[in-house]
Design a protein around this ligand. Structure first.
Ligand code: AGP
Length: 614
């Protein structure tokens, strides 16, 4: 939540900052702002409610000169989205400007203290408290900016990634992090700062991921300096980031979400590359090789995640229990962290997160670690916080996901979970050799089958036009396809603002059936598996109450096609891999309904891509 960018060097900072903000807009987009130390030595702050383009319009006639600046795109936590609450925030004397991603939990105590000292506040944010606190400490003790920031951060409870500019110190940016991500890019005679590497890769591939309670001093003409809150110097660990610019562009698609849906065959191929040997039909996961004992002797797996990643976890549970005969619990990270769970060193906790930055998932990991559990991460964003705090893990390698609605990350997560379950099952000898070989073979054919599903895009786009009227949707599935129903409903809710619920198909008669009438579209995932006949009966029940059935079936199904109102026909795969195929039409349906309604598909209202606050 919230995106941070900073630049210091020899170029004009403003265009670099604006471009950077646009790359980070997926993190929040209710207001944006920029602070620059201009040629006239003024510390200029410009901010606007709305997207980065509003800020650009606002700043058109303003002095945007300067080779040093910081900028921010906001997802509101404290204080409504408006220009006054947008970052950067000035200190009272307007000699400091600060941007912040995170939450200052003790802001109200600090604010009372500062108000009693005569500080006045222009916004209702927690962030303004921090910049005032830094100014107060600096002025009262006559300190330099770095020392004042260090002392202020010692008083702060909460999460932060911050960057501060000082009018009288036009060659320096001070930045710091705790529980919110911050990356420094190191170029030639220039340095960059950002919430992730996407605004930086255009200029340099050399980056330093700041760790908790580290403070970076970016000073013109000097190498990057990192210190901790006690001023102990830390040698920066420079990493090379592998990210191409093409991955960050829409590449001819109208929205990132559609591009990402269409990337899935390649992404899943990349996810399996080097892990599945097609000649021998064997899977090698390095995390399992390195930590065999821990994983094979686990008494229980607990999977923690949020949102779409939690849906993938529900599929992971079925895969691991089915093939490995190890009990698996799936928990919302946000609930797990606050409920004193029974957990010890015999447990393995799998944390799933696309962004690797979700605050609740990070906190759940910390809790599990404190109880001695072994932590396995399944993440997408390389170098993000979660892979750095886990004991081991597997990246899903699907490339940057920019659309706020998660698509390719879901299928990547399910693919890794399938590979993990099969690898463990083989090691534990809980799977028959032939079954193992046939599933691995089928897994390698999934990318090709996904391509066939994507051929249905035009058909699904047409179908979507019929349903733009709807205010409610029900999604039904069973077994491996129940989490797919949940995921289909979440996609529709997020981007089309249509209320949608996912249920296990057999649960319908225990309540939701009361909602069925001629106006109610019901998406039923009814591919040919062990429970096909049962789902068929559920469709009959819906039709008897005049509901509109959109059935997701296998090619050649001539039973459901006779009773459903609309059918989407998919290639067949084996039951445990069906989520990889059946999710795609639901992503396309949600996408086209939202696009038909003219909604902002990539940046739906109230949401942000990575939820770094609880
Ligand atoms: C999915 O479309 C979401 N926008 C959201 O539910 C997301 O999956 C959730 O916030 C978890 O994010 P993570 O995978 O980055 O941890």
């Amino acid at each position: 939540m919230c995106g941070i960018v900073g630049y210091i060097g020899t170029k004009e900072a403003y265009p670099i900052l604006i471009k950077g903000l646009k790359r980070l807009e997926y993190r929040g987009y209710d207001s944006a702002g920029v602070a620059l130390i201009g040629e006239n030595q003024h510390l200029n702050v410009y901010k606007a409610k709305g997207k980065v383009s509003e800020l650009e319009d606002f700043a058109l006639q303003k002095d945007t000169s300067g080779n040093i600046g910081i900028a921010h795109t906001r997802w509101a936590t404290h204080g409504e989205p408006c220009s006054a609450n947008a970052h950067p925030h000035y200190s009272s004397s307007e000699s400091l400007a600060l941007i912040h991603n995170g939450i200052i939990e003790n802001y109200s105590v600090l604010k009372d203290k500062l108000q009693s000292k005569g500080f006045a506040f222009k916004s209702t944010t927690d962030t303004e408290v921090l910049v005032q606190l830094i100014e107060y400490i600096k002025q009262t003790n006559n300190l330099d900016l770095l020392t004042a920031v260090q002392l202020a951060l010692k008083e702060v409870i909460g999460a932060y990634a911050i960057a501060v500019l000082e009018k009288d110190n036009p060659d320096t940016i001070i930045a710091a992090r705790k529980s919110s991500p911050l990356v420094v890019g190191v170029g030639n005679d220039e340095m960059f700062l950002a919430s992730d590497a996407t605004p930086i890769v255009e200029y340099t591939d050399q980056v330093v991921y700041l760790k908790d309670e580290e403070i970076a001093v970016l000073k013109k003409g000097e190498p990057l300096k990192i210190v901790d809150l006690h001023n102990v110097e830390i040698t920066p660990e420079v990493k090379t980031v592998v990210l191409s610019l093409g991955q960050l562009e829409k590449g001819g698609y109208p929205h990132f979400m559609l591009k990402e849906i269409f990337e899935q065959p390649d992404c899943i191929f990349d996810c399996m590359r080097g892990r599945i040997n097609v000649e021998s039909d064997n899977i090698t996961l390095s995390a399992v090789i390195d930590h065999k004992d821990k994983l094979l002797n686990a008494k229980r797996f607990i999977i923690v995640a949020c949102g779409t990643s939690w849906h993938a976890a529900l599929i992971g549970k079925q895969l691991i229990e089915n093939f490995c005969r190890i009990p698996v619990e799936v928990e919302y990270a946000s609930e797990f962290r606050y409920r004193n769970p029974v957990i010890d060193s015999n447990d393995v906790v799998i944390a799933i997160s696309q962004s690797g930055e979700t605050a609740d998932t990070l906190a759940a990991i910390e809790l599990a670690k404190s109880k001695g559990a072994f932590i396995y991460g399944i993440c997408n964003s390389v170098g993000s916080s979660i892979p750095r705090v886990t004991d081991t893990g597997s990246y899903i390698h699907v490339g940057p996901e920019i659309g706020v609605a998660s698509t390719k990350a879901f299928t990547g997560q399910v693919t890794v979970l399938a590979m993990l379950a099969l690898t463990l099952a083989k090691e534990k000898q809980t799977i028959d050799k032939n079954e193992y070989l046939s599933i691995v073979k089928e897994l390698s054919s999934i990318p090709e089958k996904m391509k066939d599903v994507l051929e249905l895009n035009g058909e699904i786009a047409e179908l979507s036009k019929i349903f733009t009227y709807a205010h409610n949707f029900i999604y039904l599935g069973r077994g491996f396809l129940f989490p797919v129903a949940l995921e289909g409903a979440l996609k529709l809710k997020e981007i089309s603002y249509i209320h949608a619920e996912g249920y296990p198909a057999a649960e319908m008669k225990h309540g939701p059936i009361a909602l069925i009438d001629a106006e109610m579209p019901v998406v039923v995932i009814a591919t040919h598996n062990a429970l096909y006949e049962k789902v068929l009966s559920n469709i009959q029940e819906i039709k008897a109450r005049k509901g509109k059935v959109i059935a997701i079936v296998n090619k050649g199904d001539n039973v459901i096609s006779k009773i459903a109102d609309y059918c989407i026909e998919l290639p067949t795969t084996i039951e445990c891999l069906d989520p990889l195929i059946t999710t795609i039409p639901l992503q396309l349906l949600a996408y086209h309904i939202a696009a038909c309604k003219g909604l902002d598909v990539d940046q739906p209202r109230n949401l942000a891509k990575s939820v770094t606050v609880e």
